[in-house]
Design a protein around this ligand. Structure first.
Ligand code: KDG
Length: 315
């Protein structure tokens, strides 16, 4: 059986080079980001096959995305669309607070549809990975997600879901039933505490253990609550596991959750157990926040010990 297969929208990304109001920015660094392609790159860097399925515009940003994915050895199933590739701007308002502005309405990626998922690709996957962003992009993307899920289930392919709530795309009340549907179809489920609360429609008095067990009751055997600098709380086949975060200097926290998921899934895809998956995830998540950009810092296997390195300069 193959590696990771994922689908979703990847966007062009402009990140302000300096901290401060974006309206005063002198330089912007051009890159790309997308929750699913971030995971695909993270998995690929760790030496595990990954495939990304999506729609891009016939434009230079579409070319940039395809080129980066190929350079990262991610297999791509790219459909080109008349609409433009979506963009996002990231303002680094303070050293730790970032504001994202999306330009994605009517984008190529939002035209994703079930026919874009080629026969056999999901069926041959080791894991199908989906996020709660894609169903929020429109009816076509939501139908593509459901079609991929149906095929994975029929072929006995394990399904991984990261809820990834995006308030610019929909509100919590609309997202909640869709999140529960995705959770019920998942074997492995990832959520931030806030996203778990949206799915379960509970308030912030509900702690991580309760959130994990609430989500596990919906069906998934492996539930991981991602808690950023507080680490993660997982419920794996009934066993509660707490994983501390690896302390790092935060430069850009966006993409940390995706890198965490990539570390976990790369381990699971290569037959390692959830404990090792969670330890690796804590490291890949921590490394992601050390540089600007979502996926650039993803480690290769020999770099997993980087944060514990004794010497600063290695010659
Ligand atoms: O997880 C990081 C993503 O949020 C970012 O890369 C863009 O996929 C994205 C989204 O829709 O927010």
């Amino acid at each position: 059986r193959g590696g990771l297969v994922t689908l979703g929208e990847t966007l062009g990304l402009l990140v302000a080079e300096d901290v401060g109001p974006l309206s005063l920015a002198k330089g912007m660094r051009l890159s790309m980001g997308g929750a699913e392609s971030n995971v695909a790159i993270g998995v690929s860097r760790l030496g595990v096959a990954a495939t990304w399925i999506g729609r891009l515009g016939r434009d230079p940003i579409g070319d940039l995305i395809e080129r980066n994915l190929l350079a990262e050895r991610v297999h791509t199933v790219v459909h080109r669309d008349d609409a433009p590739t979506a963009m996002m701007l990231r303002e680094r308002r303070t050293g730790s607070v970032q504001n994202v502005t999306y330009y994605r309405h009517g984008s190529a990626g939002s035209h994703l549809r079930p026919e874009d998922v080629p026969a056999g690709v999901v069926e041959d996957a080791g894991v199908l990975h989906l996020t709660g962003i894609t169903p929020a992009l429109g009816e076509g993307p939501a139908a593509a997600v459901r079609e991929a899920l149906r095929r994975a289930r029929a072929a006995g392919v394990p399904v991984s879901v990261d809820l990834n709530y995006r308030s610019r795309l929909w509100d919590a009340a609309t997202a909640a039933p869709v999140f529960r549907e995705l959770a019920a179809a998942a074997d492995m489920l990832f959520a931030g505490d806030d996203e778990a609360r949206i799915a379960l429609e509970v308030d912030d008095r509900t702690g991580p253990e309760k959130l994990a067990s609430g989500l596990a009751e919906l069906g998934p055997r492996e539930v991981v609550i991602k808690r950023g600098r507080h680490g993660a709380t997982a419920l794996i086949g009934g066993e509660l596991i707490d994983v501390p975060a690896v302390p790092v200097q935060v430069v850009d926290s966006v993409g940390a959750g995706d890198a965490f998921v990539a570390g976990y899934l790369a381990c699971r895809l290569t037959g390692r157990d959830p404990h090792e998956g969670l330890r690796t995830a804590a490291v890949t998540g921590a490394l992601a926040v050390t540089v600007p950009g979502d996926w650039e810092a993803s480690p290769r296997p020999h770099e997993l010990t980087l944060l514990g390195a004794e010497e600063d300069v290695r010659r």
